[in-house]
Design a protein around this ligand. Sequence first.
Ligand code: NCD
Length: 337
Amino acid sequence: MAKTPGSLQHTPEGELRHFISIDGLDRAMLTRILDTADSFIEVGERTIKKVPLLRGRTVVNLFFEPSTRTRSTFELAAKRLSADVLNLDIGTSATSKGESLSDTLLNLRAMASDMFVIRHAASGAAHFIADAVTPDVAIINAGDGRHAHPTQAMLDMLTIRQHTGAFEGLKVAIVGDIEHSRVARSQIRALNTLGVEEVRLIAPDTLLPHKPEALGVRVFSHLEEGLRGVDVVIMLRLQRERMETALLPSEREYYKLYGLTTEKLARTAPNALVMHPGPINRGVEIESAVADGPQSVILGQVTNGIAIRMAVMSMAMSGQLAERQRESARNREGTRS
Ligand code: NCD
């Protein structure tokens, strides 16, 4: 029987060994990730930005979809942990000669890789791969289809905690193309698990997921109304590459109704944080004055991405190593008896 992402992500002893989804992780585990990331922030401020936690380990970055921030911060995170990093260029790899994903992965596993960081257009890809390579290789999901982008959600949680101190009592609005957003799915889970007061989704009907209330959120179709009194506003890009049909009249119309401008931002609680996972489309979902304004923490999110990725990689690697050691001890016992 296929394991759920939750059970697959933990070793039987409860350590993290893959990071595939926020689902199945409890508040204590999410808090441990945030606290570990906090301890890595200082490493990024040193002249020599390195710690030896992953020395001698091999991390393979496998990005089957475009990426700027996520790919480069994963690479930097692995390097700051002293790992050997291999960036597989999918465009020039054997995948373009028709090799299947499973065969590519079996070959990479045969090179004694310890960790794969994977971005893939298919929802469930990271889980499928983790199921196939446990316990030899740890899997970190860098975004799978519309399903999940858990490191993005965690770097967002770190940014929120840095600025607000705690999650209790916060109202957080997620605005825009929620239907196609793996980021929003992971954020909703993380925010609810960490105990915010309210998560609001603000979007036109065509960009809302099916049965949004089941996600534990309040839904608004009117931007000004939904923004009233919120402490954090998370803007999302229109992810046209994932839209099968035209779901919007025009970008101009969309900006008029759902674009975050200085005027609309005035509806929030004073000094509400403005966030965006990037890439931002100025004049489509956000006004430049807001993206670059005093309430924007968008570039801080990018910086925090390195610390979160260092945290998740070091935690999963240590869980996976512990599991591998227990497995070889069991095998030794088996051959002796
Ligand atoms: C997001 C993604 O790829 O899901 N970007 C990111 O990882 N920083 C969001 C997006 O593409 O709009």
